[in-house]
Design a binder for this molecule. Sequence first.
Ligand code: ADP
Ligand code: MG
Length: 246
Amino acid sequence: MTIDNSLIKLESIKKVFYTDEVETHALSGIHLDIRKGEYVSIAGPSGCGKSTLLSILGLLDSPTEGDYTLNGQPVANLDHSQRARIRNREVGFIFQSFNLIGDLTVFENVELPLTYRGMNSADRKQRVTEALERVGMAHRMKHYPSQLSGGQQQRVAVARALGGKPAILLADEPTGNLDSKNGEAVMELLRELHREGATICMVTHDPRSEIPMTKAKPTNERNFLDIRAWSFFRHSSFGFRHYPEP
Ligand code: ADP
Ligand code: MG
């Protein structure tokens, strides 16, 4: 643990996608600090690079330029398998479209990342059961994703993210495919996890978000930012918002 409790530090992150004849500058000059126990929301218009940023934070992709320190470790220039190993331990991902595997049961979906990690069967069972109990889905262990509602599937995806006890939960528009009631239930679950100590970084397409932003203030059409996040925020089309302490 570093002295300032920093979990994530991005410095001058740039991401360029090269396709046939087009260069897309998805991110340029991103600086971001996330400390342990914080709940950070990233807002911005469609196409501004939110998912790209989250993919880099979650080690699904690497930046074209810049430095990324995760839990004290430089991770910007790792190869694919090194990234996969750290991702498996440090990151829990929650996607808009749940991304559960259709021919695995709820239990097996939550178990899979722990199997990749090489955890033994008894420990896996305990972790999976705890995680499913935490999200209120233990009674559906033997169901398949198609037998669940969208809200239930997202709860299972949250359990899968929690099972590995990651350093950070990353959520990319986690309520985007849910109706407002189920969306609010998932948001409340994330708030509870934050109150229990989880560090969360969430992307939301909707700049209004479902959470009241007592500290957020819009500076212009494209930027929303928290006063506390101000110093970490430069030259980008994002807003970073740190939720109020519980
Ligand atoms: P958001 O999540 O904010 O809607 P994205 O991060 O998905 O935005 O995309 C940011 C920009 O990068 C967009 O212009 C998008 O078309 C481009 N982009 C994203 N992923 C790729 C990719 N794999 N190849 C080429 N361009 C991409
Ligand atoms: Mg996106």
